[in-house]
Design a protein around this ligand. Structure first.
Ligand code: ZN
Ligand code: FE
Length: 255
């Protein structure tokens, strides 16, 4: 298996999962950058995997279908109304096979109520649930749902590789440095991400281990993050959902 990162639109990432001469695309924001890589590598695109219904994740589907008539489109069964092009609706904990590879589905409500993550071996395609040093905005789900969704991702193990949907890492790390100021891993990651970005390299994928060390939304039990939040907000409790909600709100107002 080979993964190719395909930058799309302004800061989106689509991914090609390649096995032999077959490929599946995750979150095709646009068709042409995906088709270009497929043509260069002589690949047949057999499937599209859609993490959620937002246009910047599915906008390329119609043009891809024009080019690849047999393209199978996988998406969450409860997203069929919002992604009418789905041909293969999948449920939470479903396992299916594309390009000879097993894909597992994890329902991760929070950013949207119908968001899913695709797991291929230890590669997690997390869409807008988790980002480098951040997480998706809560457009439809609650803080409680998102905490649960992130916990399910954490169950996949530290060595999992995280392929996220947007290049927000540098900005997210600035926020992380503010809310978690005594964490040296954040400074190290800022330096390494800056290097990548200056060389025009994507900061995706990361590992879950790296996120656990630097992503404040996975560190909601950390004493210094909680102390910081208690100074900013009047937290009535320090349970994980309350901490997460306060942190998410603080991030929404961060600029
Ligand atoms: Zn989205
Ligand atoms: Fe998005």
């Amino acid at each position: 298996m080979e993964i190719v990162v395909v930058p799309c639109l302004y800061d989106n990432y689509s991914y090609l999962i390649i096995n032999g001469k077959e490929a599946a695309v995750v979150d095709p924001s646009e068709a042409w950058p995906v088709m270009k890589v497929a043509a260069e590598k002589g690949l047949t695109l057999v499937a599209a995997l859609c993490t959620h219904h937002h246009h910047d994740h599915i906008g390329g589907l119609p043009d891809l279908l024009d080019e690849y008539k047999n393209l199978e489109i996988y998406g969450f069964h409860q997203d069929q109304k919002r992604i009418p092009l789905i041909t293969r609706p999948v449920e939470d904990e479903a396992r299916f096979s594309v390009c000879g590879l097993d894909v597992d589905v994890i329902h991760t409500p929070g950013h949207t109520s119908t968001h899913i993550v695709f797991a291929v071996e230890d590669h997690l395609f997390v869409g807008d649930t988790l980002f480098g040093a951040g997480c998706g905005r809560l457009f439809e789900g609650t803080a409680e749902q998102m905490v649960h969704s992130l916990d399910r991702i954490l169950q996949c193990g530290k060595q999992s590789r995280i392929f996220f949907g947007h290049e927000y890492t540098e900005f997210n790390l600035r926020f992380a440095a503010q809310v978690d100021p005594v964490n040296p891993a954040i400074d190290e990651r800022i330096a390494s991400v800056r290097k990548m970005r200056n060389a025009d390299q994507p900061s995706t994928p990361s590992t879950l281990e790296e996120e656990l060390a630097t992503n404040p939304f996975l560190r909601i039990e950390d004493g210094s993050i909680i102390d910081q939040l208690e100074r900013e907000h009047n937290l009535d409790s320090t349970d994980r959902v309350t901490v997460f909600a306060a942190l998410r709100e603080q991030r929404n107002n961060f600029s």
